[in-house]
Design a protein around this ligand. Structure first.
Ligand code: OFO
Length: 182
């Protein structure tokens, strides 16, 4: 027999729970998408970008778990998302990073919508919790934008792509070091 929820009362609304579960799915999709990109990069010989993306995929799983624990601790039910439709093939390294930038902008918009919802219903607890994601998205977007800029700054001809591949990992390592020093 299914175990009943012990605490029936909670301040988390069903609407907020649903929005947070959608965000859980989005972070899970990010993790899966970046893992798939890491595989393509490794298979294509972009080893540094692959390393960056393997790390990034782990980071996204961390984001998903942060939300997962919050929803359950707030008296809700975190749902493990079904993840399908992941892209496995790419035409270029530039395409990989352009789609990361687009994806991160979509994640920022999604977080902002949930924060706005929390503000409107005065759920300041969840709003406060989401502040971490607001700041994280600022960093994630900057990182993705810097990676895309490398393609025009360095140029893809000659040893260009080889250099871009190395610089992408440098960007990732610098961001990780900055996070660790926080
Ligand atoms: Fe979770 O920040 Fe990227 O998607």
């Amino acid at each position: 027999m299914e175990r009943q929820r012990v605490t029936a009362k909670r301040s988390l609304t069903e609407a907020t729970e649903e929005l947070l579960n959608r965000q859980i799915a989005m972070e899970g999709e990010s993790s899966a998408a970046y893992l798939s990109m890491a595989s393509w990069c490794e298979m294509t010989g972009y080893d540094h970008s692959a390393q960056f993306l393997y790390m990034h995929s782990e980071e996204e799983r961390g984001h998903m778990l942060k939300l997962f624990h919050y929803v359950n601790e707030a008296g809700g039910h975190s749902i493990q998302p079904e993840i399908t439709g992941i892209q496995h093939h790419f035409t270029s390294l530039r395409e990989v990073f352009e789609s990361i930038l687009e994806h991160e902008i979509a994640v920022t918009n999604s977080i902002n919508e949930i924060v706005n919802h929390c503000y409107e219903i005065k759920d300041f607890t969840t709003m406060n919790f989401l502040n971490w994601f607001v700041e994280e998205q600022r960093e994630e977007e900057t990182l993705a934008r810097r990676a895309v800029e490398l393609f025009d700054l360095i140029g893809e001809d000659g040893v260009g792509l080889w250099t871009i591949d190395k610089e992408i990992l440098n960007l990732g390592n610098a961001a990780a070091a900055a996070d660790a020093g926080e």
